[in-house]
Design a protein around this ligand. Structure first.
Ligand SMILES: Cc1cc2nc3c(=O)[nH]c(=O)nc-3n(C[C@H](O)[C@H](O)[C@H](O)COP(=O)(O)OP(=O)(O)OC[C@H]3O[C@@H](n4cnc5c(N)ncnc54)[C@H](O)[C@@H]3O)c2cc1C
Length: 263
């Protein structure tokens, strides 16, 4: 079973700070990590490979330092990694990101399953998985919390809904977006990364030309959406003291909560 895992390197914080002048994300001094959901995708891929054989490839688009995320994935047992990095990929919206990842997957050619996180903690759109599946024209199952069975040409996955679960049968190749309930990711070990290096150089670096795309199709130029302004919301707090006897105050409070649609 050949599995591709989409891995995004993200800042190690869910509290994104913005430069008030430029509206850009302040990345200086913030450590980078593998997006938390992607660790579960990596664990699932390595676990499936250990049972069914085949190869696991970690694929990431990002700046050169995203190679650290791929090295960590090798430490978890992934066999090879591909980093898509090129100035032309910068400023990509989700469409351009999915297109670039899709092109790289077409170049990889052979795969049975693509696993990715449900959502990245910085961009937060949860669009990449479904868009990559759409680009490749393969089935997708999102919010997967258990892979119940998997055979050569199909799988059964359990997915989390707001108020329950759903069990889905799906043909392969397919793309699954996974959530934290799926498993407990193993720690990366230096030994595993070194094992991967013994056979060959396990990390490939591809640019726009390597995946056969024009610079006008990717990054900011290839993006269909453009951010006009980024800003942090301002919270307004007002305090008001209610007076009177308890029954009167509770009635007043309930009325105000209803009026503001808080209950
Ligand atoms: C108009 C616009 C402009 C933008 N400009 C910039 C910019 O200038 N600079 C910038 O840094 N960001 C920019 N972004 C954000 C960038 O588009 C997103 O970070 C990126 O497309 C991924 O979306 P997401 O983070 O919401 O991922 P989600 O869809 O939430 O991620 C789901 C899963 O997809 C996979 N995935 C996501 N991204 C990658 C990746 N790069 N490589 C491999 N796997 C991945 C992971 O498995 C992840 O768990 C911009 C976004 C928009 C809408």
């Amino acid at each position: 079973m050949d599995i591709i895992v989409l891995v995004k390197q993200v800042p190690d914080t869910t509290e994104v700070k913005l430069d008030p002048k430029t509206g850009n994300l302040i990345r200086e001094g913030v450590e980078s990590i593998i997006n938390p959901d992607d660790l579960h995708a990596l664990e699932a891929a390595v676990d499936l490979q250990e049972t069914h054989g085949g190869k696991v490839t970690a694929l990431s688009m990002g700046p050169p330092q995203a190679i650290d995320a791929i090295s960590e994935a090798l430490g978890m047992g992934v066999h090879e990694g591909i980093l898509l990095t090129d100035k032309a990929f910068g400023g990509a919206d989700t469409w351009a990101t999915s297109f670039t990842l899709g092109k790289a997957i077409e170049k990889i050619e052979e795969y049975d399953l693509i696993l990715c996180g449900r959502q990245a903690i910085d961009g937060d759109t949860a669009q990449i998985g479904p868009q990559v599946a759409d680009y490749l024209n393969i089935p997708q199952v999102s919010y997967v919390c258990e892979i119940e069975t998997i055979e050569e040409d199909a799988l059964v996955a359990k997915t989390r809904l707001e108020d329950g679960f759903e069990r889905i049968h799906c043909g392969l190749p397919a793309l699954l977006t996974v959530i934290g309930e799926l498993n407990t990711p193993r720690y990366p070990l230096m030994g595993r990364a070194l094992d991967a290096c013994k056979e060959k150089a396990p990390i490939k670096v591809w640019n726009a030309a390597d995946i056969g795309v024009q610079t006008s199709q990717v990054g900011l130029e290839g993006s269909l959406t453009h951010v006009i302004k980024t800003f942090a919301p301002k919270f307004k707090r007002e305090t008001e003291m209610l007076e009177g006897d308890t029954r009167e105050m509770v009635g007043d409070l309930m009325g105000r909560l209803k009026e503001n649609r808080l209950i």
